[in-house]
Write a protein that binds this ligand. Structure first.
Ligand SMILES: [Zn+2]
Length: 401
């Protein structure tokens, strides 16, 4: 299969004007200028082909929770979140995961790194053809935590696209000994880890307290309240960070020092978190928010470029979650995970810089096509809208705390 457009932005090299991407057996075999011949396959006008977006932190099981508890400080917000979540049977969480997987594909996201309470994202992603790492969450309050996680991992429907991980939830819900146990368990199985760290002022310990368990395989989600020592430790131990600026802003948690993290050489990927805190899974909006907040925070227009923001949602996100051999750029030999962004009628035409145009002009509604591993998983206009309305209704009816 060949897809052609006004621009291809491979991310491992400069943008190519009037170009095409050749796909075979699920892999990219060539990225080259189009020659105007008949073998150019499907041609998209006013469009740019990009690597599929990589969302470095999601909770697809909370897709239908948009707007709940808006304006509450972090501690009462999470209490409200838990109260509503507790109304959900596993089948409700599966409905939310299915709606979330569809929303991600429809917005150009081809991979999610998902912290998952009940494991339903593995099934939903598998059905939808969305690439996913499903980190199963663990909480110290759970009886028989180790056995419960082992059993859930054994039962998880993994595949070539959907793989497992482990997520000690956060320092305020997981003891130090359970952190060590869960991360040890993950490492014995060769699985990656993600955990929420230094998100809000509710956490009192800095990263030195986790020095013994953190490593290149443990994604630190949020890292809002990191100080200089924390940043140095993340760089020293090569601990990746998932940066979720909209969630952090909306919950009043603060603005992570992204430019300092990048300057220190920390691997950072952009994530949306869940609609519960961040409204939706729109990684385009997340890129723009990251740019605006860093420029406002530092008083520097060059604090974060559109190009680096796009890296944070592609190459850098892939590196942060340990998948850069497979995804993140349109490089021959990598998986054919890509999107077509149609900027017809926008202020970004005629073309100046395709990266700037994509980052500032991109939105879910402008995604014309999304491909994962060579399979078209979304085409605009052909999608039936999936919404977990019954699951949401149950959460709205939940008794106030
Ligand atoms: Zn989260």
């Amino acid at each position: 299969m060949i897809l052609a457009a006004d621009w291809v932005v491979p991310m491992d090299g400069p943008p190519i004007a009037d170009a095409c991407v050749e796909v075979e057996d699920g892999l990219i075999v060539a990225v080259r200028p189009a020659n105007g011949g008949e073998d150019e396959g499907e041609r998209f006008r006013n469009a740019v082909i990009l690597p599929g977006l990589v969302n470095a932190h999601t909770h697809l099981e909370y897709t239908a929770m948009a707007g709940f508890g808006d304006g509450l400080p972090f501690t009462p917000w999470i209490a409200d979140h838990i109260r509503r979540k507790d109304t959900q049977a596993v089948v409700d969480l599966l409905d939310q995961s299915r709606a979330g997987a569809a929303a991600c594909l429809a917005s150009g996201v081809t991979t999610v790194a998902d912290c998952c309470y009940a494991g339903t994202v593995a099934q939903a992603a598998g059905e939808a053809g969305l690439r996913a790492i499903v980190y199963l969450e663990g909480f110290s309050v759970w009886e028989g935590l180790e056995g419960r996680i082992e059993a859930a991992l054994d039962a998880l429907p993994v595949s070539e696209l959907v793989t497992a991980g482990v997520s000690p939830h956060a320092p305020f819900t997981v003891t130090h000994s359970d952190y060590a146990m869960l991360i040890g368990l993950a490492r014995r199985r060769g699985l990656p880890v993600a955990t929420h760290l230094l998100e809000s002022s509710r956490e009192t310990e800095h990263l030195d307290a986790f020095r013994d368990v953190l490593g290149p395989d443990t994604v630190a989600v949020h890292a809002v309240l990191v100080n200089e020592e924390d940043i140095a430790l993340l760089a020293d131990l090569d601990v990746p960070v998932a940066h979720c600026p909209r969630s952090n802003a909306l919950l009043g948690c603060g603005i992570a020092p992204l430019t300092e993290l990048l300057d220190a050489g920390v691997r950072v990927g952009l994530g949306t978190d869940s609609p519960s805190s961040a409204i939706d899974f729109d990684l385009w909006s997340e890129m723009r928010t990251a740019i605006m907040l860093q420029r406002a925070r530092t008083g520097r227009a060059d604090a974060l470029s559109a190009h680096t923001a796009l890296e944070l949602a592609t190459t850098r996100a892939a590196a942060a979650i340990g998948l850069s051999d497979t995804i993140g750029s349109l490089s021959p030999g990598k998986a054919a995970d890509l999107l077509v962004l149609d900027l017809t009628g926008s202020s970004f035409l005629p073309w100046d810089d395709p990266v700037t145009a994509a980052v500032y002009g991109g939105s879910p509604g402008r995604v014309a096509l999304t491909m994962v591993a060579g399979e078209i998983r979304y085409r605009r206009g052909e999608r039936e809208i999936l919404a977990a309305t019954a699951a949401r209704a149950k959460m709205i009816e939940a008794e106030p705390g």
